[in-house]
Design a protein around this ligand. Structure first.
Ligand code: FES
Length: 354
């Protein structure tokens, strides 16, 4: 069950003109709760002028070793989003010694270290979870190799440039890096321009024996992740080897509402061992209904992207507006995103504890 705790900021490192890395110190008594797998994320919460906002940021630091007490620090990457209330606050105001409300880690875009060849295609701030994945994998598993294809606008706008260069120095034989800059000419031989489906279809087979890659990690803006997935599927990579995490989904992606919803419906929810039944108001998502009655219900993005609000659908039917977080196996097993779900039956029962 996800929970918030107040953690002090131990460091603020400027990465580029529009991004920072925030490091939180985790006191010994909370370390077990902040144990995380490489690739997971955290939600940060802030209440200003009576309004609560939450934003999800991926952890970029190495995951704690199995058997350890948990992480002593947690580092996340934050990029400024145009008119973004939280990211503006993070870049302009947060300082060392400030205290922030930090949710315990969540997310299934993860890789437990294992021998083999792995690869990622990332765009912009999509490097953040992959940095944790690569660092943890290569430092813990001597029989693992990783190929990272990253795209950004210019080298000046590239997050974690030094950290990725360090990986190249530490693991020259096992880490392959290809950087594609869309708005900057590079040295001869290096690709530039936009990384889309067509370019990836040509590039990936040249870079690595792509059919031997045990896991592909695609992370970044919606368009890039979709293009990379189409390229991989076109090359014959099975769906089960592809993992995706999408940052920034345009509002236009939301499908239109579906007719057929009952005039009155109620949701029964189980959360942290306790249950309740409440009427769903017109147009409201299941998460909003539950939150009105149980403010401790887990969520972060409310946009169908982070997966924090995942719940098991025990009975009834729902429709989801959009889903960029759950894998097909999870929806087939009966999981839904509460923030995107609307009842299609008069009664719906969900379980947040499963
Ligand atoms: S809160 Fe992020 S997917 Fe529902």
């Amino acid at each position: 069950m996800a929970r918030f705790h107040t953690l002090p900021v131990a460091a603020v490192d400027r990465l580029t003109d529009d991004s920072v890395a925030l490091t939180f110190a985790v006191p010994p008594e909370l370390r077990a709760e902040y144990r995380h797998a490489p690739g997971q994320h955290l939600a940060l919460r802030r209440t200003a002028d009576g309004t609560e906002i939450r934003r999800t940021y991926s952890i970029c630091s190495e995951a704690p070793a199995p058997g350890s007490d948990g992480p002593a620090t947690l580092r996340v990457g934050v990029r400024l989003v145009e008119n973004g209330t939280f990211s503006t606050y993070a870049l302009k105001e947060i300082d060392v010694g400030d205290e922030l409300e930090v949710m315990t880690p969540a997310g299934r875009f993860t890789l437990e270290p294992a021998p083999g060849l792995y690869a990622a295609v990332v765009g912009g701030s999509g490097i953040t979870p992959v940095l944790s994945i690569v660092t943890t994998l290569l430092s813990r598993e001597p029989e693992a190799r990783f190929c990272l294809v990253r795209s950004d606008r210019t080298s000046a706008s590239t997050m974690f440039l030094e950290e990725v260069a360090d990986l190249k120095d530490r693991f020259p034989e096992r880490f392959q890096l290809v950087t594609v800059l869309s708005r900057e000419e590079q040295q001869a031989g290096l690709p530039s321009g936009r990384l889309d489906e067509e370019r990836l279809t040509g590039l990936l087979p040249v870079l690595l024996p792509f059919d031997r890659v045990a896991g592909w990690f695609l992370c970044g803006p919606f368009g890039l992740v979709q293009g990379a997935e189409r390229a991989l599927r076109g090359l014959g990579v099975p769906r089960g080897r592809i993992h995706e995490e999408i940052f920034h989904v345009d509002a236009g992606v939301t499908p239109a509402a579906v007719a057929g919803a009952p005039a009155h419906s109620s949701v029964t929810a189980r959360l942290d061992g306790r249950g309740g039944t409440w009427p769903v108001r017109d147009g409201e998502s299941l998460l909003d209904t539950v939150l009105r009655n149980r403010p401790d219900a887990p969520y972060a993005c409310k946009g169908g992207v982070c997966g924090t609000c995942r719940a098991f659908l025990v009975s009834g039917e729902v429709r989801m507006d959009r889903n960029f977080a759950l894998e097909p196996e999870e929806t087939e097993a009966g999981y839904v995103l509460a923030c995107q779900s609307h009842p299609l039956t008069e009664t719906v029962e969900v379980d947040f504890d499963r």
